[in-house]
Design a protein around this ligand. Structure first.
Ligand SMILES: [Zn+2]
Length: 193
């Protein structure tokens, strides 16, 4: 670790007067693999209508861990605190095209009696061991229409974000593939990694 040799009581080692690190240097951290990023974001549809924006900053582990949409991650690479990105994505680049096979009619008897259009449900498929979320999109003549597509499937999106904070990820975060701590992955469900 050469950088450790340069440090001597917080000063630059006298044997390296040509170092680019001077006592007045400011270290400016950039987004690279295995940094944890805090962002403010806004998301717009193709008519530039606001769809979503964060309440609390979102925090994610950067570097191909599948924590954020890939085009957004690519746009953030190399950016610093205060930088803003603006990324336009096709449905395929964002949350996917609408998959008609995920829209189905089910018997109303399978559902609780008080269902309404717009309600979200989660199912657990015993065969594939996958959780699936779906939305009730229609109730008619004893049949319920459910849609398992992501609510933003089929939409072109524009994603605007401002970088609030960058820090190095801990070894544990890198192992788990996600950020920990405030606004990060809190292990609130108690699952082991
Ligand atoms: Zn974890």
């Amino acid at each position: 670790m050469e950088s450790a040799l340069l440090c001597y009581n917080g000063r630059i080692h006298k044997d390296r007067p040509d170092s680019i690190v001077t006592p007045n240097s400011q270290f400016i951290m950039k987004i690279t693999k295995d940094t944890v990023i805090s962002l403010n974001y806004s998301m717009f549809d193709k008519d530039n209508q606001l769809i979503d924006r964060n309440v609390e900053p979102i925090v994610y582990l950067h570097g191909g861990y599948d924590n954020i949409l890939p085009p957004v991650e690519r746009a953030l690479e190399g950016r610093g605190v205060g930088d803003t990105i603006d990324v336009s994505m096709t449905p395929a680049e964002a949350f996917g095209e609408i998959d008609e096979s995920l829209i189905r009619e089910e018997d109303v008897g399978l559902f609780p009696p008080d269902i309404e259009i717009g309600m979200m449900f989660e199912t657990h498929n015993q065969e594939t061991n996958e959780e699936m979320q779906f939305c009730i999109t229609g109730i008619d003549a004893g049949k319920v229409t459910v849609d398992g597509n992501h609510p933003l499937a089929g939409k072109s999106l524009r994603f605007e974000a401002t970088v609030l904070e960058i820090r190095a990820a801990s070894d544990e975060e890198i192992q788990h593939g996600h950020a920990h701590g405030a606004h990060g992955h809190g292990h609130e469900h108690g699952h082991e990694h």
